[in-house]
Design a binder for this molecule. Structure first.
Ligand code: AMP
Length: 399
């Protein structure tokens, strides 16, 4: 039995899940927020253990202090006897560029590369690197592994990852589609193959990761063939606050009309657009569905969201030249009965039929299409932390 910690370090937050491997059972999980920033009235530390939530409010100057508190809490609650009980740590890293096509053991060179890749993910990679450094200091004997959000998509063929801009921008600056949510798309594709009882390398899958951030992947024989996010996670589907695909000319046009700086327009596209921008009321799909029948803006935002999902399914259905299954996952994909219904009903002409009763199911892998549906539709709860822990375990064994 080995305790492995999956970590997602943000600029002011730290999310974590401690797993027992190879049993794949969750021992504890939680989040620390407001690291390095002033506290508000709320508790900023939550640790879930044995069905109970342990909360507190505490100021941290940096990630190292936050991690120390988390580990001390683990000791106090009897989750671990010693910090060294944690044998492996898997860090989610947002950008891996073309340097990383799979998870790797962390060393100085890997850490330097993660820091250099900050130009692709300025908000995330520096924070990911901070998390790695802090853990190396506090538990130096643990095996640390970097798990990249982009790695899974490195198998895309160049006709799918290149933009039609001067080629030298790719060779000089790495301008290309990198995608994101790779760990989730990989995990649900593996689960789908198990569920369908077919070898993953013989399947064509379209996986829909629909959460606050959302992306679609076309997966051919277990490998990412195309994905909707681009150079950054701003591209593709309509998201909670992100615009998804737009014509670049409108960016310049609006910028001039509104007298905005580059930073301001990018902030609007990332944080004030998407479901929030169209609905004008909320970025949360639940809020919009609650008033779908009475608020025209909410209805429009939901209808546009569904439309884009269907558009990408169509695109990937053709790119893959067919599909064995379509998989829904993440916050909206796993929990929203009406969104799944709206999407699948638009696919009827392909011979895809929804099983209304199965579509009500929550929390476990489920076939939500009818038995004779031409393409199977699945709902599979994602589990990025488990996928991270599996990678750590594999790399520890190979050491
Ligand atoms: P994630 O980013 O995967 O954690 O997904 C978070 C998003 O899932 C939230 O912003 C909500 O929009 C959405 N969500 C969660 N539960 C539901 C639900 N029952 N119905 C619709 N949307 C939901």
């Amino acid at each position: 039995m080995t305790k492995i910690l999956a970590v997602n370090a943000g600029s002011s937050s730290l999310k974590f899940k401690l797993l027992e491997m190879p049993e794949e059972s969750v021992i504890a999980e939680g989040v620390i927020e407001r690291i390095g920033v002033d506290l508000d009235q709320d508790n900023n530390v939550t640790i879930k253990f044995n069905g109970e939530k342990h909360k507190q409010r505490k100021h941290f100057d940096n990630h190292e202090q936050a991690i120390n508190l988390m580990l001390n809490q683990f000791k106090e609650l009897g989750i671990v006897k010693d910090f060294n009980d944690i044998k492996g740590i898997g860090h989610r890293v947002v950008a891996g560029g073309e340097w990383f096509n799979k998870s790797v053991l962390v060393n100085d060179e890997v850490l330097k590369k993660i820091e250099r890749l900050a130009s692709y993910a300025p908000l995330h990679n520096p924070a990911n690197a901070l998390g790695i450094k802090a853990f190396s200091k506090i538990i130096p004997d643990a095996t640390e592994v970097a798990v990249f959000d982009t790695a899974f998509h490195q198998t895309m063929p160049r006709e799918n990852y290149l933009y039609a801009v001067p080629y030298e921008y790719y060779t000089k600056y790495g301008v290309r589609r990198y995608g994101a949510h790779g760990t989730s798309h990989k995990y649900v594709s593996e689960q789908a193959a198990k569920f369908l009882n077919k070898p993953l390398d013989q399947l064509k899958l379209i996986t829909l990761h629909l959460g606050a951030g959302a992306s679609v992947a076309a997966i051919k024989n277990g490998k990412s063939f195309d994905t909707s996010m681009g150079f950054s996670p701003l591209a593709g589907l309509i998201m909670g606050t992100r615009s998804g695909d737009v014509d670049y000319s409108l960016v310049d046009y609006v910028k001039n009309k509104e007298g905005l700086s580059d930073e301001e327009i990018l902030n609007i596209l990332n944080h004030k657009s998407g479901l929030l921008g169209i609905s004008t009321i909320s970025s949360d799909m639940r809020d919009l569905l609650d008033v779908y029948d009475t608020n025209d803006h909410a209805k429009l935002a939901v209808d546009m969201f569904v439309d884009r999902v269907v558009e990408y399914i169509g695109r990937y259905y053709f790119e893959l030249q067919g599909a064995d299954a379509i998989v829904f996952t993440a916050g909206i994909g796993e929990n929203s009965v009406p969104i799944r219904k709206m999407v699948v009903e638009k696919l009827r002409f392909l011979g895809i039929e929804l099983n209304q009763e199965a579509n009500e199911q929550r929390g476990k892998d489920t076939l939500i299409s009818t038995e004779d549906s031409k393409i199977k539709v699945l709902m599979i709860p994602t589990n990025e932390e488990l996928e991270i822990a599996r990678d750590v375990e594999n790399l520890m064994q190979a050491k």
